[in-house]
Ligand binder design. Structure first.
Ligand SMILES: Nc1ncnc2c1ncn2[C@@H]1O[C@H](COP(=O)(O)OP(=O)(O)O)[C@@H](O)[C@H]1O
Ligand SMILES: [Mg+2]
Length: 257
């Protein structure tokens, strides 16, 4: 699976890169607005090198906007550092080129194109055709369900298959940080579990750093090492994922206890 994580992997997994913090992503007191309406009022979070951070929160809490702020899709203030480099104010294409891949809420796959064509769209910046083909093969190994549907158009896939395709397409740019916006949205519980199993396998095999936004807290907490809870545009809780799963307020609000 070396192809998925890219050549940066060995130098990005840990404080040995000389930057010291051990975090691939740090947000501090991030504010973001749509027009004049500020909807993020102080979001702080971190993703460690090779780690997974889950962002939990109710509908409207600002989870999607947080990912958009990282990707340069909304106007933001505060501090957003990728590998110690300030990305605040960068355009989406610049952030993408710095190694951030964003799987949007609702997946964003291209319905009229085949599975294979969708993957090639994800690799549009790459000229190394042989490596691209090798990577498509790796995606199909990781997501066998997708391999069976490779000539289907994305519009004819099931919701779970579309989500897997969206993740694979993001991997085609060889990111070092993957942003996932509600991978379980609209999926039957069993399908959502399968999608998270596949994402977990991907993470284990590649060590790819991830920031995962989810309303289904149990799925996200099982995948993540760190969790953050947002309420009305603010970080209100942060800590190790297993500790968060045991906290009363998290259990009541997000785990259905
Ligand atoms: N394009 C937009 N224009 C204006 N307000 C928006 C837009 N998108 C989201 N919002 C508002 O921003 C807040 C946070 O939304 P969002 O980040 O989508 O939350 P979540 O992903 O946690 O459900 C909500 O109050 C929502 O209504
Ligand atoms: Mg959202």
């Amino acid at each position: 699976m070396s192809e998925l994580a890219g050549p940066e992997r060995s130098s990005r997994t840990g404080a040995a890169d000389g930057r010291g913090s051990g975090n691939i992503l740090e947000l501090e007191d991030v504010r973001a607005s749509y027009g004049r309406a500020e909807v993020l009022h102080g979001v702080s979070l971190q993703v460690s090198n090779g780690g997974v951070t889950a962002v939990l929160g109710a509908n409207g809490a600002g989870k999607t906007t947080t990912l958009r702020a990282i990707s340069g899709m909304v106007t933001a203030k505060g501090r957003i550092d990728l590998d110690g480099q300030d990305v605040l104010g960068s355009r989406p294409d610049q952030v993408a080129r710095m190694g951030v891949a964003h799987v949007p809420q609702g997946r964003g796959t291209l319905d009229q194109l085949s599975v294979r064509e969708n993957l090639l769209v994800g690799a549009y910046q790459r000229r190394d055709r042989k490596a691209v083909e090798a990577q498509i093969a790796e995606c199909f190994e990781l997501f066998p369900a997708l391999a069976r549907r490779q000539t289907s158009t994305a519009g004819n896939l099931s919701g779970g298959e579309q989500q897997m395709l969206a993740v694979c397409r993001a991997l085609m740019s060889r990111p070092r940080l993957l942003l996932l916006d509600e991978p379980s949205l609209g999926l039957a519980p069993r399908t959502a579990e399968e999608v998270f199993e596949a994402i977990g396998r991907l993470q284990k095999e590649t060590g790819l750093s991830m920031l995962v936004v989810e309303q289904t807290a149990a799925l996200a907490l099982a995948l993540a090492d760190t969790a953050v809870v947002l309420e009305i545009g603010r970080t209100v809780l942060t800590g190790p994922a297993e500790e968060m799963a045991g906290r009363d307020e998290v259990r009541r609000a997000y785990l259905g206890d």
